[in-house]
Write a protein that binds this ligand. Sequence first.
Ligand code: ATP
Ligand code: MG
Length: 260
Amino acid sequence: MTAIFVTGTGTDVGKTFLSAALIRHWRMAGHAVAAFKPVASGFDPATAQASDPGVLLAALGRPISDIDAISPWRFAAPLSPDMAAAREGRAIGFDSVVEFSRRAAKSADHVLIEGVGGIMVPLDGRHTVLDWMSALRLPVLLVAGSYLGTISHTLTALRVLAQRNLEVVAVAVSESTVPGAPLDETVTTIARFADLIEVVGVRRLSREAHNHPANARIATLIDSSSAIHILRSFPRKREFCRLRWCIGANACFVGISCVS
Ligand SMILES: Nc1ncnc2c1ncn2[C@@H]1O[C@H](COP(=O)(O)OP(=O)(O)OP(=O)(O)O)[C@@H](O)[C@H]1O
Ligand SMILES: [Mg+2]
């Protein structure tokens, strides 16, 4: 079972484009795939098919009428989710989003959850997407653009993700249309500073190019990380174990309390 959280260095960098490509790749390989965009802002029901949940549903081969099941928190304003929700007199319940995502992550062999905007976009007055990822502790795919400035944005994002001990399975640099350095040089430069995390460049592709080698490589990195993730999660949990001496009035015993 593989579950991945797709986040980005910002908005419009290619999270949905790559998510749809991964969904198609896994489906072509015969896997059961589920995908979610729990929180979406800038949503217009008149153009639902072109929205992020609409694109994910099309890749899943599901009808647009399933939108509530994969994207329950939708807001009209193209703003950060906290602001967009406030415009409608609503608020996003952070715990509900986490609970929804936890259940979603167990719903198929391959599960993909797309975040919203960049890694530190606020969901409410106190929580950002980073808190959402920290609560879920799923492996993360970081998507970046290739525009001028992306190197600093990407390395900053990696540093912040590392501070939360989040596992980044890969950085995908999706080629931007705005001018920047050549994609290959950008990828090489990010990789030089990204420790052991693999950085994959994705050229401007058509939607039909989901089996392009770059997408296949990202899918392989995700698949191989899920096995490593299971192994790694055990020692990580043990770090939080405490050897506890409990001395009662009449008894004394040793206990191990683990907090994951
Ligand atoms: N490698 C690529 N090849 C072709 N088109 C791309 C590529 N990457 C992104 N795009 C296009 O760029 C636009 C923005 O990409 P996308 O919607 O995936 O960004 P996003 O990070 O999901 O944005 P948001 O923050 O709104 O969720 C879309 O029209 C998408 O199809
Ligand atoms: Mg998107």
